[in-house]
Ligand binder design. Sequence first.
Ligand code: GRF
Length: 222
Amino acid sequence: MTSGIGAGPRTVVLVSGSGTNLQAIIDAVAAGSLAVELVAVLSDKPEAFGLERARRAGIPDIAVGYNTFAQRADAEHALAARLASLEPDIVVLAGFMRILPASVVEAHTGRMLNIHPSLLPKFRGLHTYRRALEAGETWHGSTVHFVTPELDAGPALIQYRVRIAPDDTEDSLAARVQQGEYRIYPRAIDWVATGRARLTDAGAELDGAILAAPVIEDELPA
Ligand code: GRF
């Protein structure tokens, strides 16, 4: 069985892109504030910079290049097999831009987290910054939630909120929201790793109480 960095539940991170959230997770493990063992980073894109971040940190990196398969179902099967072979306790989606088959999600119920750049249930899906600006929202942010088969709809644990400024652009808003993602995602993963957070039939639970709403962390004034 592979081994990576850190100590705690075996955790696999799935990435498709630059992996700045992955980096925050790696840094939290290295700093001792996130109690997981990062056993592998898995990507659907061999060129994802997140895989390079894994290599630099001494974490096994695995690519299942979706584009090398004739059928998407074959790629999904290959990814599911690699993931299963790693025997993860926790699966972290960190900018993973594929929809996982329901069977993969269900195999990790309560042990799979995602971070989505909106204040869910608002703006599920893509282009969340543009849509929030176009809608004239006052607040935007990011949500860490348990993954369920319905896209971006699983019970939320924590949200980072920023107030939208009149001169905000998609880029300026994204930059501020992402700074908050690096704070809330390692924290939420640690809650799951240490058993503080669980998924129950009644929703997400933290420290023994069902969350009627996610924990909210607001951006500090500049
Ligand atoms: C994050 O902003 C996250 O909200 C979304 O995808 C982005 C991934 O960025 N799911 P990175 O790859 O972690 O830099």
